[in-house]
Design a protein around this ligand. Structure first.
Ligand SMILES: Cc1cc2nc3c(=O)[nH]c(=O)nc-3n(C[C@H](O)[C@H](O)[C@H](O)COP(=O)(O)OP(=O)(O)OC[C@H]3O[C@@H](n4cnc5c(N)ncnc54)[C@H](O)[C@@H]3O)c2cc1C
Length: 416
C-alpha cells in the first residue's frame, strides 16, 4: 500500500514530453503541493505531433508548440531542470540514511525524490543496413530533428522517405508543400493496414501519386552518400537518388536506464494499471511504458498522443492516492494531403470489416469482433464518426452492420 499523498514530499519526472508534462499538470490539479521537477535536455516541454505538420511547415514556432507557457511552471511551482538522466539511483533508498531514490545526470548532478516518474519516450528507429547510421540520414523524433529536416527542404530538394506509415506520409505531404520532390519507399503496399484496415489504407496510400509523390514498393538494402547526393539501393537493385533521406520506421522505447537499474522491461518499461514499475517507488508513463494487466496479460505498447496523456493522468491519480481515471479505447489521428485520419480501438482484431462509402469511395471502416461487437473503427475526415464509434466500443453496444454501412445514418444515432 502506497503512503497517502501527504507522505510524498517530492516527485521527480524524468522526461518532459506530453506524458511527463501531464503527470506534473495533473498532480497540481489533484492537490499535490510538494516539490515537483521535470528533467529534460530540451527544457520547457513541447508537443511532438506538430513536428511533422504545422511546425515543419513553419506555421508554428517553438513557442507555438509548447505544452504550456513558461509562466505556467513558475505559477505552479514546477521546476524545469535542463539535463539528461543517465542512471537511476535505487540503492540510496535503502538503509537508515536513505536519501530517497534518485537519478544521476550526465553532468554528474544527483537529484533525489520520494517518487520518480520515467516519461522517457523513445528514439527514432534506425535502419539496420549499410549506411543506415550515416550522420546525414535524417530522422524525426524531436524539435532539433524537425529543425534539421526543415532546413533541408527547399523547392527543388529531392527527399527520399523510407517508411510510408503515419510520420513518413505526413512528412511527405509537408515536404511537397515546401516545394520538395518526394519519393516514398515502403516494403508494404499499402502500409497502415493494422491501423486503419485494408480499404482505407489503400485509399490513403493512393493519394500520394496524384499529389505528386513517387511511391516505391521495396526494401532498402543500402544507403550511400557521395558529393552531396544520397542513393538508396533496394533489395531488387533499384536505385533511388535523392539529396536527403529520412527514415520514418517507428520508434524504440527508452528502456535502457530502467533495465540497467533492474526494473522489469520488455519492449517497454513494464507497469501495472497504476503505471507503477516493478519498483513501486518508480512509475513509467507514455511511449516508454508497457502495461501488464492484473490478469498477467502484457498489452501491446501504444505510441500515441492520447495514450501519453492518459498514462500521465493515471500516474498522477495513483501518486495522489485517488481513484484512477477510466480511459476509452485507444485513439489516434494523422493528417496528410489535406485530409484528417482518425482511428479508435483495434482495426486488426479478429473479425470482419464493414465499410461506409460516399461516392463509391470508402470513408470509414468498422471492425466487428466476437458476437458482432465493434472493436475498432477508422475514418477519413470523420471525427464525429470516430467519437461515436468510441462510445459504441466503450459501452459494448451491439450495432446493426447494415446501419453501420449506411452513410445516411449518423453513427451518433447508433451510439445511444
Ligand atoms: C513527429 C511526430 C508526429 C506525431 N504525430 C502524432 C499524431 O499525429 N497523432 C498521435 O496520436 N501521435 C502522434 N505522435 C506520437 C506522440 O507525439 C507521442 O506518442 C508522444 O509524444 C509520447 O509522449 P511521451 O511523453 O511518452 O514521449 P516523448 O514525447 O518522446 O517525450 C519524452 C521526453 O523524454 C526526454 N528524455 C528522454 N531520455 C531522457 C533522459 N535520459 N533524461 C531526461 N529526459 C529524457 C526527451 O527529451 C523527451 O522530451 C507523433 C510523434 C512524433 C515524433
Amino acid at each position: 500500500m502506497l503512503p497517502p499523498l501527504m507522505d510524498i514530499n517530492s516527485i521527480l519526472i524524468i522526461g518532459g514530453g506530453l506524458s511527463g508534462f501531464t503527470v506534473a499538470q495533473n498532480l497540481r490539479t489533484r492537490g499535490y503541493d510538494g516539490t515537483l521537477g521535470i528533467v529534460d535536455p530540451d527544457g520547457i516541454p513541447y508537443d511532438r505531433p506538430p513536428l511533422s505538420k504545422a511546425y515543419l511547415l513553419g506555421q508554428k514556432d517553438a513557442g507555438g508548440i509548447a505544452l504550456a507557457p513558461e509562466s505556467w511552471y513558475t505559477q505552479h511551482d514546477v521546476e524545469i531542470i535542463t539535463g539528461t538522466a543517465r542512471e537511476l539511483l535505487l540503492a540510496e533508498s535503502k538503509g537508515p540514511d536513505a536519501q530517497g531514490i534518485g537519478v544521476r545526470l550526465t553532468d554528474d548532478r544527483e537529484l533525489y525524490a520520494d517518487r520518480i516518474v520515467l516519461a522517457l519516450g523513445g528514439q527514432a528507429r534506425t535502419l539496420p543496413i549499410e549506411g543506415g547510421d550515416l550522420d546525414s540520414v535524417l530522422v524525426l523524433r524531436d524539435r532539433a530533428d524537425a529543425d534539421k529536416l526543415r532546413s533541408k527542404l527547399h523547392p527543388g530538394t529531392h527527399l527520399a522517405i523510407i517508411g510510408a506509415g503515419l510520420i513518413g506520409a505526413e512528412v511527405a505531404s509537408a515536404a511537397l508543400k515546401l516545394g520538395a520532390t518526394v519519393s516514398l519507399i515502403d516494403p508494404i503496399d499499402p502500409p497502415l493496414i493494422p491501423a486503419v484496415g485494408q480499404e482505407l489504407a489503400r485509399k490513403l496510400h493512393d493519394m500520394h501519386t496524384p499529389a505528386g509523390i513517387t511511391t516505391v514498393q521495396g526494401t532498402p538494402a543500402r544507403i550511400s552518400c557521395a558529393q552531396g547526393m544520397h542513393t538508396v539501393e533496394l533489395v531488387d537493385g533499384t536505385l533511388i537518388t535523392a539529396h536527403e533521406v529520412l527514415v520514418g520506421i517507428g520508434m524504440v522505447p527508452n528502456t535502457s536506464m530502467a533495465q540497467v537499474a533492474g526494473l522489469e522491461t520488455d519492449h517497454g518499461i513494464i507497469v501495472d494499471e497504476h503505471q507503477r514499475t516493478s519498483d513501486s517507488h518508480i512509475y513509467a508513463v507514455g511511449d516508454a511504458s508497457r502495461t501488464r494487466t492484473t490478469t498477467g496479460e502484457l498489452l501491446r505498447r501504444a505510441e500515441h498522443w492520447e495514450y501519453a496523456m492518459n498514462t500521465g493522468a493515471t500516474a498522477a491519480a495513483s501518486l495522489s492516492n485517488q481513484e484512477l481515471p477510466q480511459h476509452g479505447a485507444s485513439w489516434f489521428w494523422s493528417d496528410r494531403h489535406g485530409v484528417h485520419v482518425e482511428g479508435v480501438g483495434e482495426m486488426n482484431a479478429q473479425g470482419t470489416t464493414i465499410l461506409r462509402f460516399i461516392d463509391d469511395s470508402p470513408v470509414a471502416a468498422f471492425r466487428l469482433g466476437e458476437h458482432g461487437k465493434l472493436v475498432g473503427a477508422a475514418a477519413i475526415d470523420g471525427g464525429l464518426t470516430i467519437r461515436a464509434a468510441r462510445r459504441i466500443i466503450d459501452r459494448g453496444i451491439i450495432v446493426d452492420p447494415v446501419a453501420l454501412a449506411d452513410p445516411n445514418i449518423p453513427l451518433k444515432k447508433l451510439a445511444r
